[in-house]
Design a protein around this ligand. Structure first.
Ligand SMILES: [Zn+2]
Length: 527
């Protein structure tokens, strides 16, 4: 059976064929109507009087996303506990459909991990809402269920704001509130939760270019035109900053009905905080001695705004560097330099998402993170592999767009690598050959028409072409970055020895070393 993700439970094939007619009757035991919307769209089938019935049965004993699919000659029976369970059942049915026919069968299926996500960065470069929809469809077809939508950064702010219109006016390209609501509904119909991210207190040039009063220096800054880490960040010393954030979040949060909200917390330089009278006064008033704890204070204040709206906060793992970081945030782990702070968090039973940059950052080319490599990712902290019993909620691959400017490239970088992670998160890794066979079969059907997919010969580059592609990417990584930003980036990232070793080991091969050193030397000479 050609399915990705491969079902985790039993699969039984029977003799007999089910011909799906143009019109079906639905017998629904209380699921929301939108749970069949994607099925109708994908198959072109209509609901009406028909001898063919699709039964939607509720079984509250099943886990949230689990399902049973039973296909008989004259009916399809879906058994699930939630709307998402219904969506996944019918998604499986869609993949089994060939020329209007389905094989008679029974499938029992459920995911390993509840969080199976894709981070899409629409701040560094803006992508039209149609592209975001295509990505959501490409996710939903393999039962990925979280779109982490990165909507603000140093290069832009991407949400129409009626209270603070300068935000979207300064950035130029943005999503209207109507477009956002439309996208959220489109995603819901496909089983995908939209988790917006407003990154703060760092990566906030997009905000401060419009409202400089909320930085320490109040200096007018302009939007960043390259990647990197920028020193001008929100000032947690001023009470006005929190008034502004509260009003802003009061407007933005209701656009996203899901239970969670991402508030970033990564790569926040503290050089301005160290000399800002407001920040110093705040530290004194709160009895804080470390600048990192001032970020902890900031996180708590923003989290309390989210709590007022009943939202769960998610933060990047640097957030835990603050001794006073809140304990009840979910953590997205991406960078090993700061992994020690994960240990006490895990001991307290914290929940987290695995997004290690060396394995699941899909803005790196296939030569550095091949399809095979993604498919064999084992979540780990240091050398220790991790699983559900360590509070791990699942995995999320990330596509950052400093260097990605068009929709086709964006989709080809995501697919099929995101599909490999989808299977990992749902039922686990099988053999590479088995995976690629199913992938090729599915590509000749629905997947290829849903999104742009990288051509097969680029999935696992080898030999000279692998090295050339990797070195070209490496040389271009910091292209155009000013010397200030480059320095700030190195300082803030703190690329320690373990980082450097992993960078070499995970992205390159030993035989690349002389070429890599050559490239490093050349880039230093340019400085
Ligand atoms: Zn300040």
């Amino acid at each position: 059976m050609h399915l990705i993700p491969y079902p985790s439970g039993t699969v039984q094939l029977f003799n007999g064929i089910c011909k799906l007619p143009d019109r079906i009757t639905i017998k629904n035991e209380g699921f929301q109507d939108w749970s069949i919307t994607a099925f109708l769209t994908r198959t072109g089938v209509q609901v009406g009087q028909s001898g063919f019935t699709v039964f939607l049965r509720r079984d509250d004993a099943l886990p949230a996303e689990a399902y049973r699919l039973s296909i008989q000659p004259e009916s399809i029976t879906v058994t699930a506990q939630s709307e998402r369970g219904v969506i996944w059942t019918l998604t499986t049915a869609v993949h089994l459909l060939r020329n209007g026919r389905l094989p008679c069968c029974e499938i029992e299926d459920r995911p390993r991990y509840p969080h199976r996500g894709v981070l899409l960065d629409c701040a560094r470069h803006f992508f039209p809402v149609e592209t975001v929809k295509r990505v959501v469809e490409g996710m939903s077809l393999v039962k990925l269920n979280v779109l982490h939508w990165h909507l603000s950064d140093d290069q832009g702010w991407r949400i129409e704001s009626k209270r603070f219109p300068k935000l979207h006016e300064v950035s130029g390209a943005f999503y209207t509130q109507n477009e956002i609501q439309e996208l959220v509904e489109y995603a819901r119909n496909r089983g995908v939760e939209v988790v917006p991210e407003l990154d703060m207190p760092g990566h906030t040039t997009g905000i401060l270019a419009a409202y400089p009063a909320y930085s320490c220096t109040e200096k007018q800054v302009s939007l960043a035109s390259t990647g990197g880490i920028y020193p001008t960040v929100l000032c947690p010393g001023k009470e006005e900053t929190f008034h502004f954030l509260e009003e802003l979040l009061d407007e933005i949060i209701p656009l996203f009905p899901g239970p969670r909200f991402h508030i970033g917390g990564d790569e926040a330089p503290k050089i301005n905080w160290a000399v800002c009278p407001h920040c110093r006064a705040r530290m004194q008033a709160e009895g804080l001695t470390e600048l990192s704890d001032l970020q902890g204070y900031f996180t708590r204040r923003v989290q309390s705004i989210l709590k007022k709206h009943g939202k769960q906060a998610i933060c990047w793992n640097e957030t835990l560097l603050a001794a006073n970081a809140p304990e009840d945030v979910q953590i997205q782990y991406w960078t090993l330099q700061h992994r020690r702070a994960m240990e006490p968090f895990l001991r307290r039973g914290g929940q987290w998402i695995y997004s290690d940059m060396f394995e699941l950052y899909l803005d790196y080319p296939y030569s550095m993170t091949s399809l095979k490599k993604v498919y064999h990712t084992i979540p780990h902290l240091g050398k220790a592999p991790c699983s559900q019993k360590d509070g791990l909620m699942g995995m999320e691959c990330c596509i950052w767009t400093e260097h990605i400017t068009d929709s086709k490239t964006l989709e080809q970088m995501l697919f099929p690598r995101a599909w490999a992670m989808a299977e990992l998160c749902w039922s686990g890794t099988r053999s590479d050959r088995d995976f690629e066979e199913r992938l090729s079969a599915m590509l000749s059907e629905r997947l290829a028409s849903a999104v742009h997919v990288a051509p097969k010969e680029s999935w696992n580059p080898k030999g000279k072409s692998r090295r050339q592609e990797s070195l070209a990417y490496y040389k271009n990584m910091n292209a155009g970055m000013s010397e200030d930003v480059r320095k700030q980036t190195v300082q803030s990232t703190n690329p320690n020895r373990e980082f450097a070793r992993s960078f070499m080991r995970k992205f390159f091969q030993v035989s690349d070393l002389p070429f890599l050193l050559g490239a490093m030397k050349k880039s230093k000479e340019r400085i």
